[in-house]
Design a protein around this ligand. Sequence first.
Ligand SMILES: [Zn+2]
Ligand SMILES: [Zn+2]
Length: 371
Amino acid sequence: MAVYSLRTIEPTTFGSGWVSGVLSAALGLAGFSAVLCFHFPELLTTPEARALYPLPWVRALLHLVLVGAFVLGALSLSLRRNKMLGTVGVVCTLSAALLGGSRVPVEAELRQGPFLGLDWFLLNLIVYSAIFIPIERLFARLPEQGIFRPNWRTDLTYFFVSALLVQVTTILTLKPAMVLFDWAVVPNVQQAIRALPGVLQFLLLIIVADFTQYWVHRTFHAVPLLWRFHAVHHSADHMDWLAGSRLHLVDVAVTRGLTYVPIYLLGFADGPLFAYLVVVSVQATFIHANVRFAFGPLKYLVATPQFHHWHHAAEADAIDKNFAVHLPILDMIFGTAHLPDRWPSAYGISGGEQPPRGYFSQLWWPFRARK
Ligand SMILES: [Zn+2]
Ligand SMILES: [Zn+2]
């Protein structure tokens, strides 16, 4: 057995050094990334978030993370024959410490310019894995499918890149509507919308956004040229919270850009808009999760994991069904609902051309010339 291997052959039970190794590698990489954020805040942190960080607490937490990663790494190295996880954890921790650890000073004045959302990635990863990993472990639909199921690295890369490029995708979402549809803004309509109670604005926003998203999504399935981009999302053959991140950048830009057009024209207030952004991010993640909740009659009102798992099903009856992200009633109205009282037998693309594995081959795949 190799001393350094990416493959897991040894047992992963408690006491085998696997849990400590995984935690050490994850904390070490996160700690090292956080130290990089301290060194290059203009380049690697999100301007909107910078002002909100409680820096003394962040530094204290970072210190604990680095100490924890080192101790757990040493434990894993002593327990496990494969030294990969422990070494990653210890090397990241030592590099972070050499770069100044949690004590790197930050200049008060930072310019606004192009940046990569490394802090945004860390925040998202911490929040989403803290919510979804325990839920999936406790209420798994497929308990034998672990956290590190096949192709998890591909999906984590999608998660990583989309957070890193948050500035680019935000511009691609907001600008087209503002530039191309500015002429269609009716101030009286916007005033009337903003005069509505926040809850009503939020509900209206969900309906308008999901209606638009429904038709954009359906078009991505119907037009062969567009399907190439969206097929990447459907190439996942394991469903969990991370699988929802697998979206081609063109799919993300076009879907979000078009969904934003009516939102922009109707001019919703910031509160309801922010609530919608939180709900859409959490729900889009949740409907992919490996959880067995069925939600009773509620499943006809709100899109559930079972509803969206059928959208990913590799069964003939389920092809081009359940396009909604929030409201299954849209699929019922437009004749595309499919919700049997069981779960799909398999996921992925049945028939037709299969996208390749791996982030970069999937990024290039839709552009490749076809015979
Ligand atoms: Zn789809
Ligand atoms: Zn999906």
